[in-house]
Design a protein. Structure first.
Length: 245
């Protein structure tokens, strides 16, 4: 799952030194990586607790209506987080983010049943290594990646539509096309979103927002962006490297 970045509106530009802007961006990224890491921890804990609760697993996966409602609820939370953060209600946005991370953990609990534990651990480590490398690329590249946005979004929509179609056709060939396309798309989104966080920080700082407002709001939004990119890349890589039970 993913979503489009929320834009921060610019007001009258404010003079700010490059050094101050750099310090603010470093503070934003510390907050982003901190919240993202904590979100992944909450997701992992929720997954393990759900696996140990057969009744909860049965409730979620025994009824298609409950399952679909669960997914709709998570999408609603994503947009609620974006709306709260853009209005600077960072505490509310952060609370919603951790609720979302916990629900994601409940939803992902099935992977502990489908895949062997060693495959999950290996894929998580691989995803972490790839993620770190790609975020470094996104934050250090001098190339403007703005034009990547529409391409990646359309690619993501294509993967979603193809996945829905394959529910009915159950084509193994299409399954693997979707898998490798998903890996490439979310690798691209990690680079793109990393640079976008940098641009969002600059725009918010130049629009006259206080340093604490910039750090708190973009910290939550940035964490959610990269959290979603990480989770989706992990799931697609798990299809490739995971050994099913």
């Amino acid at each position: 799952m993913s979503y489009e970045s929320f834009q921060y509106s610019e007001s009258l530009p404010t003079q700010i030194s490059e050094q101050k802007l750099g310090e603010m961006f470093n503070a934003v990224m510390v907050r982003v990586y901190g919240w993202m890491t904590l979100g992944l921890f909450v997701t992992t804990a929720a997954s393990l607790l759900t696996v140990m609760s057969p009744g909860l697993l049965s409730l979620i996966y025994s009824s298609s209506l409950v399952y679909i409602g669960f997914i709709i609820g998570m999408f609603a939370l994503i947009f609620a987080i974006g709306r709260s953060a853009s209005k600077m209600a960072s505490g509310q946005a952060l609370a919603l983010y951790f609720v979302f991370a916990a629900l994601m953990g409940v939803w992902l609990s099935a992977i502990f049943i489908v895949y062997a534990p060693e495959a999950i651990v290996f894929t998580f480590g691989l995803t972490s290594a790839v993620f770190i490398l790609l975020t470094i690329v996104g934050l250090t590249t001098k190339q403007d990646l703005t034009r990547w946005g529409p391409i990646l979004i359309f690619g993501l929509l294509g993967v979603i539509l193809a996945s829905i179609v394959n529910i009915f056709f159950v084509s193994e060939t299409l399954y693997w096309i979707i898998t490798y396309a998903g890996v490439l798309i979310f690798m691209g989104l990690i680079v793109y979103d990393s640079q976008k966080i940098k641009k969002m920080t600059h725009t918010a700082a130049m629009s006259g927002k206080t340093e604490s407002q910039v750090i708190s709001s973009i910290g939550v939004i940035g964490a959610l962006h990269l959290y979603l990119d990480f989770i989706n890349l992990f799931l697609f890589l798990l299809r490739i490297f995971g050994r099913r039970r």
